[in-house]
Design a binder for this molecule. Sequence first.
Ligand SMILES: Nc1ncnc2c1ncn2[C@@H]1O[C@H](COP(=O)(O)OP(=O)(O)OP(=O)(O)O)[C@@H](O)[C@H]1O
Length: 620
Amino acid sequence: MFKKKKVTDPENFTAQENLTEEEKVYTRQRIEDDEELEQEFKFSDLKRVAKYLMPYRSAVLKVLVTIMIANIAALIGPLLTRSAIDVVIPAADIPRLLLYGVLFGITLFIIGLCMRYRIYAITEIGQDTLKDMRSDLFTHLQTLPFSYFDSRPHGKILIRVVNYINTLSDLLSNGVINLVSDLFSLFFTLAIMLMIDVRLTLYSLALLPVLFLLVLWLKNSQRRAYQQLSNKQSTLNAFIHESIAGIRITQSFAREEVNHQIFTSISEENRSHWMKAVKIQFLMWPIVENISILTVTLIYFVGIRQIGVDVSTGTLIAFVAYVNNFWNPIINIGNFYNNLITASAYLERIFETLDEQPLIVDAPEAQPLPAIEGHIEFEDVIFRYEPGKNILDGVSFEMPPGKTVALVGPTGSGKTTIISLLSRFYDINEGSIKIDGYDIRDITMQSLRKQMGVMLQDTFIFSGTIIDNIRYGNLDATEEEVIAAAKTVRAHDFIMNLKDGYYTAVEERGSTLSAGQRQLIAFARTIIANPRILILDEATSSIDTETEELLQEGLQQLLKGRTSFIIAHRLSTIRNSDQIFYIEQGRIVERGSHQELLELRGLYYQLYQSQYNQLLEQNR
Ligand SMILES: Nc1ncnc2c1ncn2[C@@H]1O[C@H](COP(=O)(O)OP(=O)(O)OP(=O)(O)O)[C@@H](O)[C@H]1O
């Protein structure tokens, strides 16, 4: 394995090879971190690519037959030429010469027709295969745990699904199929050459070992160059992706100039690695061309000296045509090999992603969770995102169905973590979490998550319309149900004021909506899913006091009869909860109703006092 190269602060760099398996899973990659490189080219990767062609085998077969017809037609031409030069022209047999001309024309027509079909069919097969591979990659990505996405820049994931797959286009559309056809044509041509003249055939093969050695010599440096190039492309993509996602912050802090400098330097690295890789790749083609020209020269050299002895002029001319026929597939196979080496650098990344195991999978005997009431039990739960640092340190509680619990506490104390564990976004390290007595590791994740409504801090709006976004919670909901849900959470009025009402188009992340509006939409999305367990993380933080008052009413409707967890910093939201847990450093240090905790005069009391005073200040 090559050593992982790090561009930034070397002190922060942890060499991958010194890490345990568990640590490797959690090691984070930064934008400028290069991904690890496998040195050996794996032929199994090629087999996996071939598997993607299997569904299209009948189309592949048709193309191969077409290619064989074209090859056979191409072999006839030189035979006609030989006979014309050696026999027909000396005999001045004009009708036969004309016939040969027509036959030659027909072979060219057949070749043209076959090539036209081949180009179209091969492109179609290639694109279909790419589509399948991309779809597999995308589907697989959706099953991967949050930790996978937490541990690397998203741009580095994106480039695998889009660009790396595209680089395989040529390999799949032309490469694999042409390889078979080139091997056929090589075999046929060689057979005819041997039939015509064994000695000249052996001269034609004389330089092949030189080519073979050169290709082997180039292979490793070419592969390494493309692996490094793919790393640089990945870094560039990650930087661009992050810059777009963070554009507001960039502009607010006037960081454009600095970002531009970083971009220029990454871009320059990309360019120089590209040039290096291409230089090595393009060494191959002139080498093959030169060897083929040298071979033809050799044949002329030997052949002309033998003319009149045991080689006829027609044989020599036909032979040279066959030598070209023979070298064409070799050049193609050389190019294929070249493409393969290039593509293998990308294939490795694609298959690495496909082989990434979802950390959280349904247990083999996992049962679907039946319709639940919403009884929740945490028993001595210990959890860490990374080895060595417990984020939750023995959390235990029991929640009867239909009750509301509010989680409060300092930032970073573990509130969001508790609710993430409930949806089994991460697996706990010790203890158990039970819903209606079912350990959540013994039930299917889908059946668990379907009965939960989660509203996270970062309300995500998908590109589409408002109605699409609300329907995300329940794809079968009718328009009336969507409107009713929006009315309950008081989103209806603002939606009706938009240009096209419920059919107003919104962009990804909902940048055309205010933060409060985005949250109202998320409320509607959650209510329409009608979950038994409700999780609201800071859900009301961006809603102004007036809107929040409106929303409280809807929220109470939403909470009714559901077991609910609310993480809110606003006391107005949590005061009505049945239970309040004060979380500090991954432990529940105080629990009780609002009144009980005030009487305790502990941490919650202090929090309440400080917020209460703040409110008084604001209202003064
Ligand atoms: N994906 C993650 N990977 C590693 N550490 C994480 C991850 N998410 C959170 N943490 C760490 O876990 C701790 C608890 O985070 P959590 O988000 O649960 O806190 P919180 O109480 O919800 O905070 P806040 O009130 O600021 O939202 C923090 O120290 C945080 O740095």
